[in-house]
Ligand binder design. Structure first.
Ligand code: GDP
Ligand code: CA
Length: 312
Protein backbone atom coordinates (compact mmCIF):
# COMPACT_ATOMS: atom_id res chain seq x y z
CA UNK A 1 0.00 0.00 0.00
CA UNK A 2 1.20 3.50 -0.82
CA UNK A 3 0.18 6.18 1.64
CA UNK A 4 0.71 9.91 1.33
CA UNK A 5 0.33 12.07 4.41
CA UNK A 6 0.66 15.82 4.80
CA UNK A 7 2.21 16.95 8.06
CA UNK A 8 2.92 19.94 10.25
CA UNK A 9 4.83 19.49 13.50
CA UNK A 10 3.74 17.78 16.70
CA UNK A 11 0.22 16.63 15.72
CA UNK A 12 1.49 15.37 12.38
CA UNK A 13 4.56 13.63 13.76
CA UNK A 14 2.71 11.84 16.57
CA UNK A 15 0.08 10.65 14.13
CA UNK A 16 2.74 9.43 11.69
CA UNK A 17 4.39 7.37 14.40
CA UNK A 18 1.01 5.67 14.88
CA UNK A 19 0.58 5.27 11.13
CA UNK A 20 3.93 3.49 10.84
CA UNK A 21 2.87 1.08 13.58
CA UNK A 22 -0.56 0.58 11.99
CA UNK A 23 0.82 -0.09 8.49
CA UNK A 24 4.35 -1.46 8.92
CA UNK A 25 4.56 -2.70 5.33
CA UNK A 26 3.18 0.44 3.68
CA UNK A 27 5.30 2.85 1.70
CA UNK A 28 4.65 6.17 3.41
CA UNK A 29 5.49 9.52 1.84
CA UNK A 30 5.17 12.58 4.06
CA UNK A 31 4.78 16.03 2.54
CA UNK A 32 6.04 18.42 5.18
CA UNK A 33 5.08 22.02 5.87
CA UNK A 34 7.86 24.55 5.31
CA UNK A 35 5.81 27.72 5.82
CA UNK A 36 7.13 27.96 9.40
CA UNK A 37 10.77 27.91 8.27
CA UNK A 38 12.91 30.77 9.48
CA UNK A 39 16.49 32.01 9.22
CA UNK A 40 18.06 32.66 12.64
CA UNK A 41 21.69 33.68 13.18
CA UNK A 42 22.27 32.86 9.52
CA UNK A 43 20.96 29.32 9.93
CA UNK A 44 17.99 27.89 8.08
CA UNK A 45 15.60 26.29 10.55
CA UNK A 46 12.76 24.00 9.41
CA UNK A 47 10.77 23.30 12.59
CA UNK A 48 8.10 21.03 11.13
CA UNK A 49 10.44 18.90 9.00
CA UNK A 50 12.70 18.47 12.02
CA UNK A 51 9.84 17.57 14.36
CA UNK A 52 8.78 14.80 11.96
CA UNK A 53 12.37 13.64 11.45
CA UNK A 54 13.26 13.63 15.16
CA UNK A 55 9.95 12.07 16.26
CA UNK A 56 10.09 9.21 13.74
CA UNK A 57 13.84 8.84 14.16
CA UNK A 58 13.75 8.57 17.97
CA UNK A 59 15.51 11.86 18.72
CA UNK A 60 12.60 14.00 19.85
CA UNK A 61 12.11 15.58 23.28
CA UNK A 62 8.96 13.61 24.13
CA UNK A 63 7.49 15.94 26.77
CA UNK A 64 7.99 19.06 24.70
CA UNK A 65 7.07 17.49 21.37
CA UNK A 66 9.74 19.47 19.49
CA UNK A 67 13.51 19.77 19.72
CA UNK A 68 16.04 17.13 20.73
CA UNK A 69 16.05 14.82 23.72
CA UNK A 70 18.91 15.40 26.22
CA UNK A 71 19.28 18.93 24.89
CA UNK A 72 21.53 21.66 26.30
CA UNK A 73 21.41 25.39 25.54
CA UNK A 74 25.00 26.59 25.87
CA UNK A 75 25.11 28.35 22.50
CA UNK A 76 21.77 30.04 23.19
CA UNK A 77 22.99 31.46 26.51
CA UNK A 78 26.30 32.54 24.96
CA UNK A 79 24.40 34.41 22.23
CA UNK A 80 22.22 36.01 24.91
CA UNK A 81 25.38 37.11 26.74
CA UNK A 82 26.29 39.08 23.61
CA UNK A 83 22.78 40.55 23.66
CA UNK A 84 22.06 39.13 20.22
CA UNK A 85 18.41 38.92 19.17
CA UNK A 86 16.17 37.03 18.85
CA UNK A 87 16.32 35.31 22.21
CA UNK A 88 12.75 33.97 22.12
CA UNK A 89 13.43 31.00 19.83
CA UNK A 90 14.75 27.90 21.58
CA UNK A 91 17.69 26.59 19.59
CA UNK A 92 19.43 23.81 21.49
CA UNK A 93 23.03 22.74 20.97
CA UNK A 94 22.20 19.36 19.43
CA UNK A 95 19.48 20.87 17.28
CA UNK A 96 21.91 23.53 16.02
CA UNK A 97 24.02 20.84 14.36
CA UNK A 98 21.05 19.97 12.15
CA UNK A 99 20.62 23.61 11.12
CA UNK A 100 24.34 24.00 10.43
CA UNK A 101 24.40 20.95 8.16
CA UNK A 102 21.22 22.12 6.41
CA UNK A 103 22.51 25.65 5.89
CA UNK A 104 25.85 24.41 4.62
CA UNK A 105 24.18 22.16 2.05
CA UNK A 106 21.72 24.88 0.98
CA UNK A 107 24.62 27.32 0.56
CA UNK A 108 26.39 24.74 -1.60
CA UNK A 109 23.36 24.76 -3.88
CA UNK A 110 21.43 21.65 -2.86
CA UNK A 111 17.64 22.07 -2.86
CA UNK A 112 15.84 21.62 0.47
CA UNK A 113 14.35 18.29 -0.68
CA UNK A 114 17.83 16.81 -1.17
CA UNK A 115 19.06 18.33 2.07
CA UNK A 116 16.12 16.78 3.92
CA UNK A 117 16.85 13.40 2.34
CA UNK A 118 20.48 13.69 3.44
CA UNK A 119 19.51 14.59 7.03
CA UNK A 120 17.11 11.63 7.06
CA UNK A 121 19.89 9.16 6.25
CA UNK A 122 21.02 9.76 9.83
CA UNK A 123 17.56 9.55 11.40
CA UNK A 124 15.99 6.76 9.34
CA UNK A 125 12.43 7.99 9.95
CA UNK A 126 10.98 5.01 8.06
CA UNK A 127 9.00 7.30 5.76
CA UNK A 128 10.02 9.34 2.75
CA UNK A 129 9.97 12.93 4.01
CA UNK A 130 9.67 15.61 1.30
CA UNK A 131 9.26 19.33 1.94
CA UNK A 132 6.14 20.70 0.23
CA UNK A 133 8.35 22.95 -1.90
CA UNK A 134 12.02 23.69 -2.52
CA UNK A 135 11.05 27.31 -3.06
CA UNK A 136 11.07 29.73 -0.17
CA UNK A 137 7.58 30.33 1.17
CA UNK A 138 6.99 31.91 4.56
CA UNK A 139 3.90 32.33 6.66
CA UNK A 140 3.56 35.91 7.84
CA UNK A 141 0.97 37.24 10.25
CA UNK A 142 -0.54 40.72 10.12
CA UNK A 143 -1.00 42.15 13.61
CA UNK A 144 -1.69 45.55 15.11
CA UNK A 145 -0.08 46.67 18.37
CA UNK A 146 1.63 49.76 19.90
CA UNK A 147 4.02 49.75 16.95
CA UNK A 148 1.15 49.90 14.46
CA UNK A 149 -0.13 47.50 11.85
CA UNK A 150 2.58 45.26 10.45
CA UNK A 151 3.37 41.79 9.19
CA UNK A 152 5.65 39.61 11.29
CA UNK A 153 7.07 36.15 10.72
CA UNK A 154 4.78 33.35 11.89
CA UNK A 155 7.33 32.22 14.47
CA UNK A 156 7.45 35.68 16.05
CA UNK A 157 3.66 35.62 16.44
CA UNK A 158 3.53 32.00 17.58
CA UNK A 159 6.61 31.70 19.78
CA UNK A 160 7.38 35.25 20.99
CA UNK A 161 3.80 36.54 21.28
CA UNK A 162 2.19 33.10 21.99
CA UNK A 163 -0.52 34.24 19.52
CA UNK A 164 -1.75 36.66 22.21
CA UNK A 165 -2.13 39.53 19.73
CA UNK A 166 -4.99 38.70 17.34
CA UNK A 167 -3.92 37.92 13.78
CA UNK A 168 -5.73 40.11 11.28
CA UNK A 169 -4.49 38.09 8.33
CA UNK A 170 -2.25 35.09 7.75
CA UNK A 171 -0.36 35.32 4.47
CA UNK A 172 1.81 32.71 2.78
CA UNK A 173 4.49 34.86 1.18
CA UNK A 174 5.83 33.30 -2.02
CA UNK A 175 2.93 30.89 -2.47
CA UNK A 176 2.09 32.15 -5.97
CA UNK A 177 5.50 31.31 -7.40
CA UNK A 178 6.27 28.18 -5.38
CA UNK A 179 6.25 24.81 -7.08
CA UNK A 180 5.80 21.48 -5.30
CA UNK A 181 9.17 19.87 -4.54
CA UNK A 182 10.31 17.04 -6.84
CA UNK A 183 8.49 13.86 -5.90
CA UNK A 184 5.47 15.52 -4.28
CA UNK A 185 3.01 15.29 -7.18
CA UNK A 186 4.45 11.92 -8.24
CA UNK A 187 3.89 10.46 -4.76
CA UNK A 188 0.32 11.77 -4.70
CA UNK A 189 -0.37 10.35 -8.17
CA UNK A 190 0.85 6.90 -7.06
CA UNK A 191 -0.88 6.96 -3.65
CA UNK A 192 -3.61 4.46 -2.80
CA UNK A 193 -4.78 6.60 0.11
CA UNK A 194 -4.07 10.06 1.48
CA UNK A 195 -4.30 10.90 5.17
CA UNK A 196 -4.46 14.39 6.64
CA UNK A 197 -3.26 14.00 10.24
CA UNK A 198 -4.51 16.25 13.04
CA UNK A 199 -2.09 19.05 12.15
CA UNK A 200 -2.90 22.74 12.32
CA UNK A 201 -5.57 23.24 9.62
CA UNK A 202 -4.44 26.80 8.80
CA UNK A 203 -0.67 27.08 9.13
CA UNK A 204 0.30 23.42 8.54
CA UNK A 205 -2.20 21.58 6.29
CA UNK A 206 -3.69 24.83 4.95
CA UNK A 207 -0.22 25.98 3.96
CA UNK A 208 0.64 22.80 2.07
CA UNK A 209 -2.71 22.95 0.25
CA UNK A 210 -1.83 26.44 -1.01
CA UNK A 211 1.14 25.21 -3.03
CA UNK A 212 0.12 25.20 -6.65
CA UNK A 213 -1.12 21.83 -7.90
CA UNK A 214 -1.15 19.95 -4.58
CA UNK A 215 -4.86 20.29 -3.77
CA UNK A 216 -5.82 19.44 -7.36
CA UNK A 217 -3.61 16.34 -7.29
CA UNK A 218 -5.17 15.19 -3.99
CA UNK A 219 -8.81 15.68 -5.01
CA UNK A 220 -9.28 12.48 -7.06
CA UNK A 221 -7.67 10.37 -4.30
CA UNK A 222 -9.41 8.76 -1.31
CA UNK A 223 -8.56 11.38 1.32
CA UNK A 224 -9.29 10.90 5.02
CA UNK A 225 -8.69 13.64 7.59
CA UNK A 226 -8.31 13.44 11.37
CA UNK A 227 -9.80 16.40 13.23
CA UNK A 228 -7.30 18.44 15.27
CA UNK A 229 -10.26 20.05 17.05
CA UNK A 230 -12.09 18.17 19.79
CA UNK A 231 -15.21 19.56 21.44
CA UNK A 232 -14.58 23.07 20.14
CA UNK A 233 -10.92 23.38 21.17
CA UNK A 234 -7.52 22.42 19.80
CA UNK A 235 -5.97 19.48 21.66
CA UNK A 236 -2.78 21.44 22.19
CA UNK A 237 -1.35 24.66 20.84
CA UNK A 238 -3.25 27.67 19.62
CA UNK A 239 -4.88 26.56 16.39
CA UNK A 240 -8.01 28.45 17.50
CA UNK A 241 -6.11 31.75 17.07
CA UNK A 242 -5.23 30.74 13.48
CA UNK A 243 -8.79 29.67 12.66
CA UNK A 244 -10.20 32.91 14.11
CA UNK A 245 -7.79 34.90 11.90
CA UNK A 246 -9.29 33.37 8.77
CA UNK A 247 -12.87 33.64 10.05
CA UNK A 248 -13.41 29.95 10.73
CA UNK A 249 -14.97 28.73 14.01
CA UNK A 250 -12.91 26.33 16.13
CA UNK A 251 -15.02 23.24 15.56
CA UNK A 252 -14.50 19.88 13.87
CA UNK A 253 -17.41 20.81 11.57
CA UNK A 254 -15.86 24.10 10.45
CA UNK A 255 -12.44 22.54 9.80
CA UNK A 256 -14.10 19.85 7.67
CA UNK A 257 -15.88 22.57 5.69
CA UNK A 258 -12.62 24.52 5.39
CA UNK A 259 -10.91 21.53 3.74
CA UNK A 260 -14.17 20.87 1.92
CA UNK A 261 -15.23 18.58 -0.86
CA UNK A 262 -14.16 17.21 -3.27
CA UNK A 263 -10.89 17.11 -1.30
CA UNK A 264 -12.15 15.22 1.77
CA UNK A 265 -13.93 11.86 1.52
CA UNK A 266 -13.69 10.68 5.12
CA UNK A 267 -13.43 12.61 8.40
CA UNK A 268 -12.55 11.22 11.80
CA UNK A 269 -13.97 13.19 14.70
CA UNK A 270 -13.95 12.68 18.47
CA UNK A 271 -16.98 11.09 20.09
CA UNK A 272 -18.28 14.42 21.40
CA UNK A 273 -18.32 15.70 17.80
CA UNK A 274 -20.38 12.84 16.38
CA UNK A 275 -23.00 15.23 14.94
CA UNK A 276 -20.56 16.61 12.38
CA UNK A 277 -21.83 16.04 8.82
CA UNK A 278 -21.12 17.18 5.29
CA UNK A 279 -22.60 15.97 1.99
CA UNK A 280 -20.25 13.58 0.25
CA UNK A 281 -18.14 12.91 3.36
CA UNK A 282 -18.26 9.80 5.52
CA UNK A 283 -17.84 10.89 9.15
CA UNK A 284 -16.73 8.42 11.84
CA UNK A 285 -16.58 9.28 15.56
CA UNK A 286 -14.00 7.61 17.84
CA UNK A 287 -11.47 8.54 20.52
CA UNK A 288 -8.94 10.93 18.93
CA UNK A 289 -6.49 11.65 21.74
CA UNK A 290 -2.97 10.48 20.88
CA UNK A 291 -2.10 9.75 24.51
CA UNK A 292 0.54 7.19 23.54
CA UNK A 293 1.82 5.28 20.53
CA UNK A 294 -0.91 2.63 20.81
CA UNK A 295 -3.66 5.28 20.84
CA UNK A 296 -2.10 6.99 17.80
CA UNK A 297 -1.84 3.63 16.01
CA UNK A 298 -5.53 2.92 16.72
CA UNK A 299 -6.49 6.29 15.21
CA UNK A 300 -4.30 5.57 12.18
CA UNK A 301 -5.92 2.14 11.74
CA UNK A 302 -9.35 3.78 11.85
CA UNK A 303 -8.21 6.32 9.24
CA UNK A 304 -6.95 3.55 6.95
CA UNK A 305 -10.21 1.56 7.35
CA UNK A 306 -12.20 4.67 6.51
CA UNK A 307 -9.97 5.32 3.49
CA UNK A 308 -10.65 1.78 2.24
CA UNK A 309 -14.38 2.34 2.69
CA UNK A 310 -14.48 5.62 0.80
CA UNK A 311 -12.23 4.21 -1.94
CA UNK A 312 -14.64 1.30 -2.53
P1 GDP B 1 2.78 22.19 15.11
O1 GDP B 1 3.32 22.53 13.76
O2 GDP B 1 3.82 21.69 16.07
O3 GDP B 1 1.86 23.20 15.68
O4 GDP B 1 1.93 20.86 14.92
P2 GDP B 1 0.84 20.41 13.89
O5 GDP B 1 0.43 21.46 12.94
O6 GDP B 1 1.24 19.11 13.33
O7 GDP B 1 -0.33 20.05 14.86
C1 GDP B 1 -0.95 20.93 15.75
C2 GDP B 1 -2.36 20.44 15.92
O8 GDP B 1 -2.35 19.10 16.42
C3 GDP B 1 -3.15 21.25 16.92
O9 GDP B 1 -4.21 21.87 16.24
C4 GDP B 1 -3.67 20.21 17.91
O10 GDP B 1 -5.03 20.43 18.22
C5 GDP B 1 -3.50 18.89 17.18
N1 GDP B 1 -3.26 17.79 18.08
C6 GDP B 1 -2.24 17.64 18.93
N2 GDP B 1 -2.35 16.51 19.65
C7 GDP B 1 -3.51 15.91 19.24
C8 GDP B 1 -4.21 14.71 19.62
O11 GDP B 1 -3.79 13.94 20.49
N3 GDP B 1 -5.39 14.43 18.97
C9 GDP B 1 -5.88 15.27 18.00
N4 GDP B 1 -7.04 14.92 17.41
N5 GDP B 1 -5.26 16.40 17.63
C10 GDP B 1 -4.09 16.73 18.24
CA1 CA C 1 4.30 24.14 12.56
Amino acid sequence: MRIVSLAGGIGGARFLRGLKAAAPDAEITVIGNTGDDITLFGLRVCPDLDTVMYTLGGGINEEQGWGRADETFTVKSELAAYGVEPQWFGLGDRDLATHIVRTQMLSAGYPLSQVTEALCTRWNPGVRLIPMSDDRVETHVVIEDEQGRRAIHFQEWWVRLRASVPAQRIVLVGADEAKPAPGVLEAIAEADVVILPPSNPVVSIGTILQIRGIREALEPKPVVGVSPIIGGAPVRGMADACLTAIGVPTTAQAVLELYGTPLINGWLVAEEDRDVALDGVRVVARPLLMTDLEAAADIARAALRLAEEVAA
